[in-house]
Design a protein around this ligand. Structure first.
Ligand code: BYC
Length: 482
C-alpha cells in the first residue's frame, strides 16, 4: 500500500491508497462507480445537477491546506478514497490486544464484527444525502445552498470511504454489501436505512441545521471512536473523514446561530421582550425561540437513539477486540482495557431514573453518549451567547436524556424535557410544548422561500460573518442553470 502522502488524480478514482497497482480493488470500485453516480443522480440533490457549485475538493491529507476550492458540477465531483497518513509503528491502543502491532489485514475472528461496523457507518452517509435532497429548492441564500451541496458531496465521499474498506478487505461479501448500500433508501417501508434517525424527514432548513449540529456530531463521535481502531486502515480512513466532518458541524452550529441572531434582532427592533409572544414574533417573518427549542428537543432526542442501548455487549466486544475505542482514547490515562472498572450510568429502575455503577465495558455506548452531550452543550452555549448579547432572557437548553426516546431503557417511559416521568396521557397533552406541532411545521414551511440573488438572505436568517474561502458577501456560490 502507498504511504498515503500523495494523491493520485490520474485514474477514475482519486486516491492515496495505490489503486493504480491494486487491480482487483480498482476493478471492484470502477464497477461500483456507475451505480453510485446513478444513485447520486436519482437520490442526490434534486435539481442543480448542472449548476457549477463552488466546492472544496481534497487535494492532500495533511493538516495544512488539504483542500482546494473551485466551481464543479456535482455529478463531476471527484469522489475519492483518502486515508490519513500511516503512523510508523502504530500499536493497538486498547482492549485485549493492546500493545500488539496494529492490524493491516482483517483479523479473522473479528471479521463479522468489523464488517457490521463498516456497513452501519456506510449506511448513514447516503441516507443523509437522501434526507436532504429536497432542500435545494428552498435555500435561504446561495451561500447556504453551496454549504448544503458541500455537505452532500462529502457524505457521498464518506460512503466511498466505507465502500473501499468493504471491497478491499471483505472480498465478495464486501462487494455485496457495497451494492446493498446503494439499494436501501431513507424512509422506505420495505428497505429503510439501518438506524432510526436516518429514516426521519429533513423537511426544512431549520431541520437541516439541527441535523448537521446534532446528528453529524454523532458522526463525529462515532468516527472518533473508530479512528482509534486497531484495524489500521479503518483508523486512517476515519481520521481523514473527521477533517471533513468538522465543516458539517460548522454549518449546523452557525446555521442555528444565524437563525437565533435574526430572531433576536427582529424582536429588539420591534420592541418585543416576551419570547412567548409567538404570534407577534412570527409576524416579523422570523422563527420564534420556543419553536427553535422544540426543534432542538426533537433532533437531540432522535440523535441520542443512535448511541444504542445503555448496556451493550456489542460495544464491549468491539472494544475488547480492539476495533472501536472510546472518544479520545489516546488522551485517556487509564489501563485502556477496563476489565475491572465501572462507569456511572443513568438507568430506569422500578419506574424511576437513577444513577447506577455498572461494569465500564458494558457501558461504552453511554460513555460516548455522555461525551457527545458535553460536546453538544458547548455549541448550545455559543447560541445562548447571541441571546445574552441581545439582552433576551430566553436560553436554549438540551432536554433530559430520557426525553422522547425510542432506543434503550427510557423508550419504555414518557419523560418530559426535565426528566420527569409522566403518565402517557399527560405526556401527550404536554407534547405540543416540547416537540414541534404541525402548526409549527406549517409556519416554518411558509418561510421556506428560495433566495437566489447574490448576497441576499431570507428574512429568517442572518448573513454569515465571513464567506466561504474568504469570498466577498455577494459572491455567486452557485451558478444556477436550468
Ligand atoms: N436503530 O448492543 P446495542 C454519521 C440495535 S452517524 C436501530 O446497544 P450497539 C453521520 C443494534 O444494531 C454515526 N437499531 O447496539 C451523521 C443491535 O442489533 P443486533 C454512524 C439499533 O451495536 C450525519 C441491537 O439494537 N456510525 O456518521 O452497541 C450524517 C442491540 O443494541 C439502534 C455508527 O453508528 C438504532 N438507533 O450500538 C451522515 C458507528 N441502536 O446487532 C453520517 C457504527 C441499536 O443485536 N455503529 N440498535 O441485531 C455502532 O457502533 C453501533 O452499531 C451502534 C449501536 C452505536 C449504532
Amino acid at each position: 500500500m502507498s504511504d498515503g502522502s500523495q494523491i493520485d488524480y490520474n485514474g477514475l478514482i482519486p486516491n492515496n491508497v495505490g489503486l493504480a497497482e491494486d487491480l482487483r480493488v480498482r476493478k471492484a470500485l470502477e464497477t461500483w462507480h456507475p451505480g453510485y453516480v446513478d444513485w447520486w443522480k436519482r437520490m442526490g440533490p434534486e435539481g442543480f445537477q448542472n449548476s457549477p457549485v463552488y466546492l472544496r475538493t481534497a487535494v492532500g491529507v495533511g493538516s495544512e491546506g488539504w483542500a482546494k476550492f473551485d466551481f464543479v458540477r456535482m455529478p463531476d465531483y471527484r469522489w475519492g478514497v483518502l486515508l490519513a497518513p500511516a503512523i510508523e509503528g502504530r500499536t493497538i491502543p486498547f482492549g485485549a490486544h493492546k500493545g500488539e502491532p496494529a492490524w493491516q489485514e482483517v483479523p479473522g475472528e473479528y471479521r463479522a464484527m468489523l464488517r457490521r461496523l463498516l456497513v452501519i457507518q456506510g449506511d448513514t452517509e447516503p441516507a443523509s444525502v437522501e434526507q436532504q435532497r429536497h432542500l435545494g429548492a428552498t435555500a435561504p441564500s446561495l451561500y447556504d445552498l453551496r454549504n448544503l451541496f458541500q455537505v452532500n458531496v462529502e457524505e457521498g465521499r464518506h460512503l466511498w470511504a466505507m465502500v473501499y474498506l468493504l471491497q478491499k478487505y471483505f472480498g465478495r461479501d464486501g462487494r455485496e454489501e457495497a451494492e446493498e448500500l446503494l439499494k436501501r433508501r431513507s424512509g422506505d417501508e420495505d428497505s429503510p436505512r439501518m438506524l432510526g434517525a436516518f429514516n426521519e424527514r429533513t423537511p426544512d432548513w431549520l431541520s437541516f441545521f439541527m441535523f448537521t449540529f446534532f446528528t453529524d456530531r454523532d458522526g463525529k463521535m462515532q468516527l472518533a471512536s473508530l479512528a482509534q481502531s486497531g484495524f489500521d486502515p479503518l483508523s486512517r480512513t476515519c481520521r481523514f473523514m473527521l477533517t471533513e466532518e468538522a465543516h458539517h458541524m460548522f454549518v449546523g452550529e452557525t446555521g442555528v446561530q444565524r437563525v437565533i441572531q435574526r430572531t433576536a434582532e427582529a424582536m429588539k427592533a420591534a420592541g418585543i421582550d416576551d419570547p412567548y409572544d409567538i404570534a407577534r414574533v412570527r409576524a416579523l417573518g422570523v422563527i420564534d425561540l420556543p419553536t427553535i427549542q422544540k426543534k432542538a428537543n426533537l433532533h437531540f432526542s432522535l440523535t441520542l437513539d443512535l448511541f444504542g442501548n445503555e448496556i451493550s455487549t456489542n460495544a464491549a466486544n468491539a472494544f475488547n477486540a480492539g476495533l472501536k475505542g472510546r472518544y479520545q482514547e489516546d488522551k485517556l490515562t487509564d489501563d485502556h482495557q477496563l476489565t475491572s472498572s465501572t462507569y456511572p450510568l443513568l438507568r430506569l429502575r422500578d419506574g424511576a431514573i437513577v444513577h447506577e455503577d455498572v461494569p465500564a465495558l458494558s457501558a461504552l455506548n453511554m460513555r460516548l453518549r455522555d461525551d457527545y452531550v458535553k460536546d453538544a452543550a458547548v455549541g448550545v452555549g455559543r447560541w445562548n451567547r447571541v441571546l445574552a448579547q441581545a439582552g433576551i432572557s430566553f436560553r436554549i437548553t438540551l432536554p433530559h436524556v430520557a426525553f422522547n426516546r425510542s432506543i434503550g431503557e427510557f423508550a419504555a417511559v414518557h419523560a418530559d424535557t426535565q426528566g420527569r416521568i409522566l403518565p402517557a396521557d399527560q405526556w401527550e397533552a404536554d407534547r405540543e410544548t416540547m416537540l414541534p406541532t404541525s402548526g409549527d411545521s406549517q409556519f416554518i414551511a411558509s418561510l421556506m422561500q428560495p433566495v437566489r440573488e447574490r448576497g441576499s438572505y431570507a428574512s429568517w436568517i442572518a448573513p454569515p460573518r465571513v464567506g466561504v474561502d474568504n469570498r466577498p458577501g455577494d459572491f455567486e456560490y452557485v451558478k444556477i442553470e436550468a
